[in-house]
Design a protein around this ligand. Structure first.
Ligand code: RIB
Length: 335
């Protein structure tokens, strides 16, 4: 037989309202009364009913995260950070994949609303869709990594522009003057910001910003491979490539190898993310590290601590850093 809140109230000799106040932590309950209620809960084995609690406007202890592509190692590492905080606060985490498709996101958000989730962490970058705003209306929401294009009261991201600048400055310091860039999808804020940082660093060093040395990929290995082949077909001299994410660098590495270029002896290569595989490539990838796990932790913490109606708006930007490995070297070293 399921133990109910009424059984606890009868056993402890108090009203159901008193038990509800003691369990939710809302409102005053005398210490002796609280002790009797706690003892009854333990002895009778009472389990709060999340669905019943949600129907009375309470929290369900369930949050959700929507990511574009679970096959890209960046996102599982991000979700692990969200999961860590959800576990610490005894929340259940639901994972949804949007495929960067706004209608899929809208459909999943409608399901999540029916399940009365307490809030959502969303990786933006979805194609504009009028229904998205409606599907998110009234839902506690934290945007992480990519912008949604909608007004956001709570967000966490890495400093993508600074990362683009750091990657390029490193290659300039190594003596490279013709640096190609495999950018991410042009519509994504993160790709735009990294490209801007890259071009800023070139200009600050007095180097030509040559649009023919920029090709947009799709943040996947195949996109990186195709982008490098496009660069090679253009026959524009370059001695280094900065890729807007590590998976694109994986594809670029293969394209350079097939074309007979050695990394880093002939061409230096730098990525972005520092996914766990980056250090296992040969040569190990020099890259810009995003604090991926911390991004997830911060997003979940913002959702569970701040994203409430009337909560103070908050936008966090986490620093990135250069991880020097073997895929980039001095031009002088080659001569
Ligand atoms: O590798 C996937 C990319 O998409 C990362 O750079 C991350 O910032 C996400 O936006």
């Amino acid at each position: 037989m399921t133990v109910t809140i009424r059984d606890i109230a009868a056993d402890a000799g108090v009203s159901v309202a008193t038990v509800s106040r003691a369990l939710s932590g809302n409102g005053r309950v005398g210490e002796a009364t609280r002790a009797r209620i706690t003892e009854a809960v333990a002895r009778l084995g009472y389990q709060p009913n999340d669905l019943a609690r949600s129907l009375h406007g309470g929290a369900t202890g369930t949050i959700a995260v929507l990511v574009p592509d679970i096959t890209n190692p960046f996102f599982p590492e991000l979700v692990a950070g969200i999961q860590a905080v959800a576990n610490e606060r005894e929340n259940l985490l639901l994972l949804c994949q949007t495929g960067e498709d706004a209608s899929t996101a809208v459909r999943e958000l409608r399901h999540l609303r029916r399940k009365r989730v307490d809030g959502v962490v969303l990786v933006g970058g979805l194609a504009p869709d009028d229904a998205l705003g409606g599907a998110l209306a009234g839902m506690p929401l934290v945007t992480v990594d990519r912008d949604t294009g909608l007004p956001a009261r709570w967000s966490v991201r890495a400093d993508h522009r600074s990362g683009g600048r750091i990657a390029t400055e490193h290659l300039v310091e190594l003596g490279h003057e013709r640096i190609a860039h495999v950018a991410g999808p042009a519509r994504l804020s993160v790709a735009q910001e990294r490209l801007a940082g890259h071009q800023e660093a070139l200009a600050a060093s007095g180097l030509e910003v040559d649009d023919a040395l920029v090709v947009h990929g799709d943040f996947g290995e195949a996109g990186g491979y195709d982008a490098l082949r496009t660069l090679l077909r253009r026959r524009r001299e370059f001695s280094a490539v900065f890729c807007s994410n590590d998976l694109a660098a994986v594809g670029a590495l293969r394209a350079l190898d097939e074309a007979g270029f050695r990394v880093p002896d002939d061409v230096s290569l730098v990525g972005f993310d520092d996914i766990h595989l980056a250090g296992y490539l040969r040569p190990a990838l020099t890259t810009v590290r995003q604090p991926i796990h911390e991004l997830g932790r911060r997003a979940a913490t913002l959702l569970l601590e701040h994203a409430v109606p009337g909560g103070a708006e908050r936008h966090e930007v986490l620093e990135v850093s250069l991880v020097r490995r073997d895929s980039a070297r001095s031009v002088r070293g080659r001569r």
